[in-house]
Design a binder for this molecule. Sequence first.
Ligand SMILES: NC(=O)c1ccc[n+]([C@@H]2O[C@H](COP(=O)([O-])OP(=O)(O)OC[C@H]3O[C@@H](n4cnc5c(N)ncnc54)[C@H](OP(=O)(O)O)[C@@H]3O)[C@@H](O)[C@H]2O)c1
Length: 275
Amino acid sequence: MSAAGKIVVLTGASAGIGAAAARQLHRDGVKVIPVGRNAAKTAAIADELGEPGLTCNYADLSDVRRLADALLERCPRIDVLANNAGGQWVKRELTKDGNEQQFQVNCLAPFLLTRLLTDRLRESRGRVINTSTMMVHKHGHIDLDDLDSEHRYKSHEVYTSSKVGAALLLREFQRRNPDIQTADYHPGIVASEFARDQKFQQLLLKTPLGKPLQKLLDTPEVAAARLVFLCETEDKLDGGYYFKNERTQENPVVLDVDNARKLWDIASRRIGVEV
Ligand SMILES: NC(=O)c1ccc[n+]([C@@H]2O[C@H](COP(=O)([O-])OP(=O)(O)OC[C@H]3O[C@@H](n4cnc5c(N)ncnc54)[C@H](OP(=O)(O)O)[C@@H]3O)[C@@H](O)[C@H]2O)c1
């Protein structure tokens, strides 16, 4: 898909991988609609792009609905929806919608946005790209009977499960919407603001103490180029997983059609859209 003139809705554009991808896409002539949570950070990247930003807090599903309305009003076409916003949090918290926070922010909210934009994506012959993680495809699993992690909360495991959920739903979305292209990808282990409430990790990322580790990490720019590749490639995307711009073997867990259908029904009910 030739990049210039395309419209890309990019969530999580206010920091890290998303902000770097927004700049790279903009340089390629793409019209990027930047979506962030923090208003000041979103305004800063929006200024760089010369394109007004939109804010949304994924911990509030009514805010996601408001975002979708604003996007439908503003974008006559959506060539790419890049579901990149996400995070990992140490403490278990429930959102005002009653869902465990990581499950909502990483799985339910992007699913809701995707569902609300589906018709526009189909009319545009567009694509949906999800920022996933290699943990999903190495050893990820999901317990459909404990989606809110009531019985066990280990931040890292819950994060991975929430991304497994997003991967299952993306593949079910692809089966139901063959006219829309989809893919997910691992961006790398990236020196961004990720896991910002984890003090030890931040110490390693941001101080001289972590210098040896920091050398091993990818920069946001390198990670962003992997997202930009999927936004711009002429190759047809058919719901696969990518790492370093190559189609890579998926975890069979995300190909489980029965589980995908079950999760589709549960998630649709939780976000209040048609099953
Ligand atoms: N960093 C890594 O090593 C790594 C590895 C694998 C996958 N990933 C994935 O890559 C994606 C981007 O992460 P990053 O590394 O660039 O981290 P980051 O620098 O922390 O950026 C995260 C982005 O998501 C937004 N966000 C966080 N919570 C949100 C919420 N409740 N509602 C709406 N937006 C929210 C942030 O908005 P504000 O800044 O405005 O709050 C920010 O724009 C995430 O999906 C993450 O899971 C990262």
